[in-house]
Design a protein around this ligand. Sequence first.
Ligand SMILES: *Cc1c(COP(=O)(O)O)cnc(C)c1O
Length: 545
Amino acid sequence: MSHGYPRVAYFCMEFGLSETLTIYSGGLGVLAGDFLRSARALGVPLVGVGIAWDEGYTVQRIGADGLPEDLPVKLDRSLLETEQATVSVTIAGREVPLQIHRVDRFNNAPLYLLEPREARDRWITRRLYGGGPDDRVAQEIVLGVGGVRALAALGVQTDLYHFNEGHAVFAGLELIRRKRGRGVSFDRAWKQVRQQIVFTTHTPVDAGNEKHELEVLRRMGAKQGFTQHELERIGGRPFNMTVAGLRLSLRANAVAELHGDTARKMWSHVGDAAPIGAITNGVDHRVWQDARVRDGANDDATLEDARQGCKRDLLIEVELRTGVRLDPDQLVIGFARRATAYKRATLLFHDRPRAEALLASGKVQLIFAGKNHPKDAGGRALVAELVALATRYPKQVVFLADYDLKLGRMLTRGCDVWLNTPRRPLEACGTSGMKAAMNGVLNVSILDGWWVEGCTDGVTGWQIGEEQSYPSDEAADAADAGALHQLLEREVLPAYYDDRPRWRQMMRASIDMALTRFSSDRMVREYYATLYTREEPARRAAVGG
Ligand SMILES: *Cc1c(COP(=O)(O)O)cnc(C)c1O
């Protein structure tokens, strides 16, 4: 331990430190980027471990047919410093030498990125989340096994290995393998490495929790040194990366309080799992809060000026990108998310006549942005639907292509209202609303993820509907759409247009709430106080095995 803090290696598949370092795809990476920046700002002994994806981020373009295309971007290698040390891993029977790059130019704790050294092995890290099961397992061997070996080769002392999501669990197998190589039994080695591992789960959507056939693990080399029975005891069959994370770790966490409840239920059948606590995500205010808002929040006139400045910047960008000139005196509602069904981007249009009446009132403008997962046909259709809405209501609805960190900054600063409509409880946390809140952009959101904690209805923003569950998705959609319209008509629009003192008061309450409770500095402190501690928590009794 150095100055009393455990030395942590934070493993993640993606890191979103800057739009120029294209090794991220979405929210998980953005969170990991903010985590590394806060670790640096707080001066704690933490390093990141990831992959130097040749093609990580993809640029989204909308074709003449209104359909999105995602085009890969090559990594700018001038952002990396290559280390002298190299390591190797065995993948599908072949020894794959890896080089290690270091990144620390983004006010971040040191980040080590792995990549095959030889051109013939570069298929492995060609594309973030690309390829089939074999490719994914190969990537995860590079991250997990390569990561543990890289830290050792670099001489980076590590007390705790943090697997941020299940992609890194092969690091746990590698730590067990090393102990067995010194003659320790499987059970003892497993028990010992648990003292060194912590795990964060990020999704209550079942399909988001990766599983692999044991045959794939055998073929690609992840099984090396383990019997089938041993692997099954860790990850089940098929091998579930989240289950493995829970069984390999000392303690685990979900990413918001409600997500903690959901995750404990979701994984209650897993015997011998680490207890799952909750640490709510946060965002780096140094990056996400506009300086004008930061400096002007105390005075009525300067706060309004700061907000108008942010809005003007956004509307200029909208005009540059789309040719549409939105009205700065009309309310702007923003919605930027991964295009996936449960986030319900089109909820406002669920009742089409009511939506059209709202637009006809001339009081509302909508800005949408978002990318689909490359392999998600439904998500692609959803983006096309948003593009079609913009075509249909050209003066009041726009779709901005290519949602990235830069556009994320402009949107979460420049809108008046930030809309979030997930089907509860599927949004684990969500962080864009925190960015909006710290800029005085008022959240209008379903009580899901972080908003359960951040919302004081009518004070820090507004809740859509009630904290309840519905017999079907259809029932939930109809009820939530009705509640959203009623909220806009009765609360949001009257406050925005007719009660500026109230609106300003709410902006201040929102900024204050977000800065004090949802900064990534608070998040990292909480990881040190609760997850990165060494004493053994109570475990559930082992089942089977
Ligand atoms: C903040 C951010 C996210 C994550 O926000 P959510 O609320 O979880 O959707 C994703 N992408 C970008 C570009 C972001 O800035």
